[in-house]
Design a protein around this ligand. Structure first.
Ligand code: ADP
Ligand code: MG
Length: 372
């Protein structure tokens, strides 16, 4: 439904968007993840028509809308700051979106009441119609803001870090809510977030943006399991990355933490970064050599952290850097270790990601036939 072709936007010498091309599908939840300053908001503003690109085109349903003003694009925007009208009630704030929308504004009072009530019900605010924004919590204000945008029935809704101002508990609840609301309405969401857990939990597909470039566009599970670029792996906060060099025999990468085994020969004597996903590794107390198909490394216990359904174990590698292991409590009970206890971390070599000097993933074939 939305197609971006080679969008570039500069501020002076700064390139905020660098040749971004991608397609947003009908009825999908697309998340846009990137560090602060990577161009996320600029991209949304260009799509919304709040800003013009220096190069490239925006197409909505095949129609070039690059020069079209915002209010004629038929899309909705939800910002991090709620921008509610403080002197209007919740009902009036939401009704505003309906009465003053560009296409077919609704003026019939009974119809406005009916639609606003349905929307407030959908976002879980029934009963709060007559409250003023000042009498609402942050999460409730965000829901009003969402309701006001969605009541106008946009086909595409742009959300710029809409949960950024909420506390962690509320964010998690709203994550589930947003998915439900989106599905109920069949509206397409393009949701900007700086939070990798959010991007993973919400999106049907996700885009990773780095310095104005779209590095990856794929379902989150795919991006997490097989990031095409080391920078993506780094933003995801889910990979141990050990820089090194391909060993002479090609079956190992020499890293500061020791040699690490590969499933198949990689380019020998070349710089390579060895990546192990946090949740692909496990911890053992024995120092047995790795079994076939596995790799191992000694490490000392530093700390563990409970994250609801998961435990994150922090260990110290031989070179002093941190190695993280994430275990799901649905699969095993949490283990306690003594501070500085010597342990081994192990992982299957098939789960390893290998990246070249430029940070691009090196395909490593699995000798057993399956892809690594
Ligand atoms: P994000 O939303 O990912 O944090 P932005 O899109 O806001 O990133 O910004 C991308 C880059 O463009 C940043 O380096 C920022 O400083 C720059 N930038 C954004 N808006 C402006 C502006 N109005 N004037 C000058 N530079 C800007
Ligand atoms: Mg931003």
């Amino acid at each position: 439904m939305l197609e971006l072709q080679g969008l570039t936007r500069r501020y002076g010498t700064e390139v905020a968007l660098d040749d971004v091309s991608l397609t947003v599908r009908e009825d999908e939840y697309l998340t846009l993840l990137g560090p602060s300053g990577s161009g996320k908001s600029t991209l949304l503003r260009v799509i919304a028509g709040l800003e013009a690109p220096d190069a490239g085109r925006v197409l909505l349903d095949g129609r070039d809308v690059t020069g079209l003003p915002t209010h004629r694009r038929g899309l909705g925007i939800v910002q991090q700051t709620y921008a509610l009208f403080p002197h209007m009630s919740v009902f009036e704030n939401v009704a505003f979106g309906l009465r003053f929308r560009e296409v077919a504004p609704v003026t019939d009072a009974a119809e406005v009441t009916r639609r606003v009530a349905a929307m407030l019900d959908l976002v879980g605010l029934s009963g709060l119609e007559s409250r003023a924004p000042g009498q609402l919590s942050g999460g409730q204000k965000q829901r009003v803001s969402l309701a006001r945008t969605l009541v106008a029935e946009p086909r595409l809704c742009l959300l710029d870090e809409p949960l950024g101002a909420l506390d962690a508990n509320l964010r998690e609840r709203m994550t589930v809510e947003l998915r439900r609301i989106r599905r109920a309405l069949g509206v397409t969401f393009l949701h900007v977030t700086g939070n990798e857990a959010e991007a993973l939990a919400m999106g049907d597909r996700m885009i990773v943006l780095d310095r104005g470039r779209a590095l990856a566009v794929a379902p989150p599970a795919e991006i997490f399991a097989r990031p095409a670029d080391m920078r993506v792996a780094r933003f995801l906060n889910a990979w141990n990355l050990l820089p090194g060099r391909g060993g002479a025999d090609g079956f190992e990468v020499e890293t500061p933490a020791g040699p690490l085994r590969l499933p198949a020969p990689a380019p020998a004597e070349r710089a390579a970064t060895y990546g192990v996903p946090y949740d692909a590794a496990w911890i053992s107390r024995d120092d047995a050599p790795p079994r076939p198909g596995e790799a191992a490394m000694p490490a000392r216990f530093v700390a563990s952290e409970f994250l609801g359904s998961r435990v994150l174990y922090l260990l110290r590698r031989g070179d002093g850097k941190v190695f993280e292991v994430e275990r799901h409590l649905s699969r095993e009970a949490p283990e306690s270790y003594a501070l500085d206890e010597t342990l081994a971390v192990r992982w299957r070599v098939a789960d390893v990601g290998l990246f070249d000097e430029a940070g691009l993933r090196i395909p490593v074939p699995d000798p057993a036939g399956a892809l690594a």
